[in-house]
Design a protein around this ligand. Structure first.
Ligand code: NDP
Ligand code: GDR
Length: 374
């Protein structure tokens, strides 16, 4: 069998990095699109990097951007991929309110640009297309839990842009017979999660507090309910969706829901810290009740280590998301393998190690850069 070629947009992101690992292990030749930046932005895939001078290299990176039609078309033409995974996006919901037009250009029109490249290059028979759709499509939810048939009601410029991408993917499947499908993925996290998404913000912030590098973590809506899975489980499903006889859209979720407050409590417990939540709304705070073990020398009982800051509230919020992954289980045999507790344990261990290193540097005279934005 000839070696398959995959093209991944967003290869430098959380999912792109896990998917690249997964596909390389499966023997694929992997091509990824990375953006030009003023500093290195490939830390999540540096361990996979192969020098361009290496013979039989399996990982190839191309400079590109989802806003640049000619660039995308040239890369698709050059690579002639068997599979395209469109994971690239301005993926932050809160940021999409700040940059709605850019978000639409990248997340909505970027998807169209790629589909058009496949079509205009006559690759619609050869190239299979995966679109990174999202539970944010459900927004103001019309049904609990959400499944493939649940109506959409997006609540942010990000959600609306992704709605266009969802439908244009489906439209190219129906209009041109392309193998193009949507994975409607619910939130998925990992130690590689971007630092401004709430889970990583919590694990990173609490680890810094535990090590005495910060005093308080400021967050937004603690009541928001999410269905959180592990990115590793979810990229496996992205690949599975492109290996079927016919393209079909699937919900990918765990079927279990927790609040942001639960996530804070569980992450703190992983550090040996028991929290009491006091107050309500913008007055709510988390106070340290007790500490066990030696992971948190920087805190003591009575410390307020989490506080609500309305600056992190969104103009329109998605309050509750809970997915029903039973179709993915029935058709493809997919079930998530990593539990929320296991994932939190992995994320906290990873961030604690980084905080300990920063703490060590600080005691030896270096300044620590701690971002509290987003
Ligand atoms: P990340 O934010 O970690 O990664 C996004 C990737 O897109 C990065 O590689 C980023 O590059 C790239 N990118 C951003 N803008 C552009 C652009 N203009 N042109 C080309 N590439 C660009 O996201 P995730 O890995 O978490 O998510 C992957 C995809 O899945 C996204 O489309 C997201 O919207 C979607 N999704 C994610 C879910 C989740 O819970 N993680 C759930 C459902 C859907 P750079 O590194 O340079 O910033
Ligand atoms: P989300 O993820 O918006 O669901 O989008 P995020 O982790 O940003 O927010 C989840 C929920 O937590 C609440 N929240 C906060 N969020 C952030 N970022 N920072 C805070 O301080 C904070 N405090 C409370 C939010 O209001 C929200 O309700 C993610 C992205 O990966 C999208 O690309 C993807 O499509 C969806 O998940 C599914």
């Amino acid at each position: 069998m000839t070696q398959k070629k995959a093209l991944i947009t967003g290869i430098t992101g959380q999912d792109g990095s896990y998917l690249a690992e997964f596909l390389l292990e499966k023997g694929y030749e992997v091509h990824g699109i990375k953006r030009r930046a003023s500093s290195f932005n490939t830390s999540r895939i540096d361990h996979l990097y192969q020098d361009p001078h290496e013979k039989n290299r399996k990982l190839h990176l191309h400079y590109g951007d989802l806003t640049d039609t000619s660039n995308l078309t040239r890369i698709v033409q050059q690579v002639q991929p068997d599979e395209i995974y469109n994971l690239g996006a301005q993926s932050h919901v809160a940021v999409s309110f700040e940059a709605p037009e850019y978000t639409a250009d990248v997340d909505a029109i970027g998807t169209l640009r790629l589909l058009e490249a496949v079509r205009l290059l006559g690759l619609q028979e050869k190239t299979r297309f995966y679109q990174a759709s999202t539970s944010e499509l459900y927004g103001l939810v019309q049904e609990i839990p959400q499944r493939e048939s649940t109506p959409f009601y997006p609540r942010s410029p990000y959600g609306v842009a992704k709605l266009y991408a969802y439908w244009i993917t489906k439209n190219y499947r129906e209009a041109y017979g392309m193998y193009a499908c949507n994975g409607v993925l619910f939130n998925h996290e990992s130690p590689r999660r971007g630092e401004t998404f709430v889970t990583r913000k919590i694990t990173r912030g609490l680890c810094n507090i535990a090590q005495g590098l910060e005093s308080c973590l400021f967050v937004g809506n603690l009541d928001a309910l999410r269905d959180w899975g592990h990115a590793k489980d979810y990229v496996r499903m992205q690949w599975m969706m492109l290996q079927q006889d016919a393209a079909k859209d699937y919900v990918i979720a765990t079927g279990v829901q927790y609040s942001v407050r639960d996530f804070v409590r569980k992450s703190a417990a992983e550090l040996g810290i028991t929290l009491d939540f006091v107050g309500t709304g913008v007055e709510e705070k988390a106070v340290v009740r007790s500490i066990e073990g030696d992971a948190a020398p920087g805190v003591k009982p009575g410390d307020v280590i989490v506080s609500v800051d309305p600056r992190y509230f969104r103009p329109a919020e998605v309050e509750t998301l809970l997915g029903d992954p039973s179709l993915a289980k029935k058709d493809l045999g997919w079930i998530p393998e990593i539990t929320l507790d296991e994932m939190i344990s992995e994320m906290v261990a990873n961030d604690l190690e980084a905080s300990r290193q920063h703490s060590l540097l600080k005691t030896h005279g270096y300044r620590v850069a701690v971002s509290k934005e987003d």
